[in-house]
Design a protein around this ligand. Structure first.
Ligand code: ADP
Length: 355
């Protein structure tokens, strides 16, 4: 078991609110990623769950038991950090078995358990090595093994992969996901990297300035971002945002470009368009001008200037063959692909496009 519940959890440092009244449930066995830009309060939230940081108000429970005032060691959680701090003089096996020293587990039992865990993590043949004889990804797996051996109810990960190079990060990420799924231990994972959040999580909690901006599966958050912040934070290249007005039959940008757009909503809006949803077609009189084409294998990221407005489109190989830098183009999109946000609150407006 490993359900975690935060109720009205709030944290201030020197009277400055850092985390504002969070209500969040983490179901047993789930993998939730807390994601958001640096400084939004992700680590502070994780550290409060771990008991490394006190809460200013609110309560935290694990498996229905209030742990708000308990010491970290009494919460049955295991935390994996970016700096995995293995003991350099101990072997892989001894590092994994280390937490059992304090529990007076017989030495043979501890070694057997550590060996089983090392096997399950693909480290079985490396158990005699010292940490410095391992790659960064292998060292991180030893740190995970050391966390697993305590049989925690909950795993907490604080940017565990950020010290690894890009290739190793992607590999270790899929290994970590496989380990978590295999063990079924409730996991809460902090990262500032939206791509990591998208690929790892069952559920993402997108945070902004100490508040929850949106909670949902990666697919939900990508398809229906709740506001402009989430829309532009999740997805790469970033969603295009065009400020303008809707009058029921057209959307006209503040730059003066107009697209026909039948809608029930009128007034100032921000229209969001994913780069893959913009269509560029060569046209002698523009109004767009291609500024740059960045090849990414079969497709390309194409930057277009539409007057003052800069837009980015992801173009597949076939239409790409008709485009070149400096060329004039039309910029089109299907109305149902447009994400429409209120011009002042920047919150999503549902059911805008009628056709
Ligand atoms: P994140 O993990 O999202 O990058 P943190 O939770 O580490 O953000 O920090 C959120 C904010 O709280 C930051 O502005 C940070 O400077 C501040 N903060 C974190 N820890 C402390 C502390 N012990 N004392 C004062 N301010 C802190």
């Amino acid at each position: 078991m490993g359900t975690v519940a935060l109720k009205g959890v709030q944290k201030s440092f020197n009277e400055t609110p850092i985390v504002e009244s969070l209500d969040l449930d983490f179901p047993d066995g789930s993998f939730t990623v807390l994601v958001g830009p640096s400084g939004c309060g992700k680590s502070t939230t994780l550290r409060m769950i771990a008991g490394l940081e006190s809460v200013s108000s609110g309560s935290i429970s694990i498996d229905g038991k209030d742990v708000t005032e308990l010491e970290p060691r009494d919460r049955n959680i295991a935390m994996v950090f970016q700096n995995y701090a293995l003991y350099p003089h101990l072997s892989v096996l001894e590092n994994i078995a280390f937490p059992l020293r304090a529990t007076k587990t017989p030495r043979d039992t501890a070694r057997k358990r550590a060996q089983d865990i090392a096997d399950s993590l693909g480290l079985g043949h490396l158990t005699h090595r010292k940490p410095k004889e391992l790659s960064g990804g292998q060292q991180q797996r030893v740190a995970i093994g050391r966390a697993i051996i305590r049989e925690p109810s909950v795993f907490l990960f604080d940017e565990p992969l950020s010290n690894l190079d890009a290739k190793l990060r992607v590999e270790t990420r899929s290994e970590l996901l496989a380990i978590q799924k295999g063990l079924g231990i409730t996991s809460i994972y902090v990262t500032h990297d939206q791509e990591e959040a998208m690929t790892l999580s069952d559920r993402m909690v997108v945070m902004r300035e100490g508040k929850i901006a949106q909670v949902g599966t990666p697919a939900e958050v990508y398809a229906t971002p709740a506001n402009v912040f989430v829309a532009t934070f999740v997805g790469s290249p970033k969603m295009n945002i065009i400020a303008g007005t809707m009058d029921g039959t057209a959307f006209t940008s503040h730059n003066g470009e107009s697209w026909s757009f039948t809608s029930s909503h009128t007034g100032d809006v921000l229209v969001g368009l994913r780069p893959e949803d913009l269509t560029l077609k060569p046209a002698e009189n523009g109004p767009g001008v291609i500024e740059q084409i960045e090849l990414l294998g079969p497709r390309a990221v194409v930057s277009v200037a539409l007057g003052e407005q800069k837009l980015v489109s992801v173009v597949e190989a076939e239409p790409l063959a008709t485009l070149a830098s400096g060329q004039k183009v039309t910029v089109e999109f299907a109305a149902e692909k447009a994400h429409v946000f209120d011009g002042s609150s920047e919150e999503r407006i549902e059911k805008v496009a009628i056709s």
